[in-house]
Write a protein that binds this ligand. Structure first.
Ligand code: AMP
Length: 143
């Protein structure tokens, strides 16, 4: 199983913000879309960073409510770890665990082609385990 399987069921939509937008605007986007991170892209659509709810909490924790007026570029992580459609789920779990983050953008041909969250992986793993368990029960019932 690889990243392409996950995007095949969840879709390729990626919610993005531009770096000059404020943290307040990004927070509203996260709340409205019920997501935990947005990718930060330039006018040409190129990947510039990633901003997660954790970055916003950190900015609020140090700067108070005024931090919401700061530009996204100040709080985002610019060195983004990405994966490809061919990346295996096991490899992706290792990337998230060792990097201590829960979101990984998927790159294809230099463009962001999707994003996988730890929630997507858990959902996928649970479905896989349930299918295996059902196959096992069906097999036992046949015997
Ligand atoms: P998260 O666990 O995804 O909410 O993110 C925790 C921290 O890691 C935040 O500072 C994010 O900006 C950063 N982060 C999230 N995803 C990535 C990624 N794919 N590559 C690098 N940093 C990331």
């Amino acid at each position: 199983m690889n990243v392409a399987h996950i995007l095949g069921s969840k879709g390729h939509e990626v919610v993005s913000v531009q770096p000059h937008r404020t943290l307040g605007e990004a927070t509203r986007t996260l709340a409205e879309r019920r997501i935990g991170a947005v990718v930060v892209t330039g006018a040409d659509g190129g990947l510039l960073g990633i901003l997660s709810e954790r970055d916003i909490i950190k900015a609020l924790g140090t700067g108070g409510g005024e931090a919401l007026a700061q530009p996204v570029s100040r709080a985002m992580t610019a060195k983004v770890v990405t994966c490809r459609l061919e990346t295996s789920i096991d490899e992706l779990m290792e990337i998230m665990t060792s990097g201590r983050f829960r979101h990984v953008p998927v790159m294809e041909g230099g463009r962001v082609a999707g994003i996988v969250s730890i929630g997507d992986i858990v959902k996928h793993r649970v479905a896989e385990i349930e299918a295996e368990s059902k196959a096992m029960r069906d097999y036992i019932a046949m015997a």
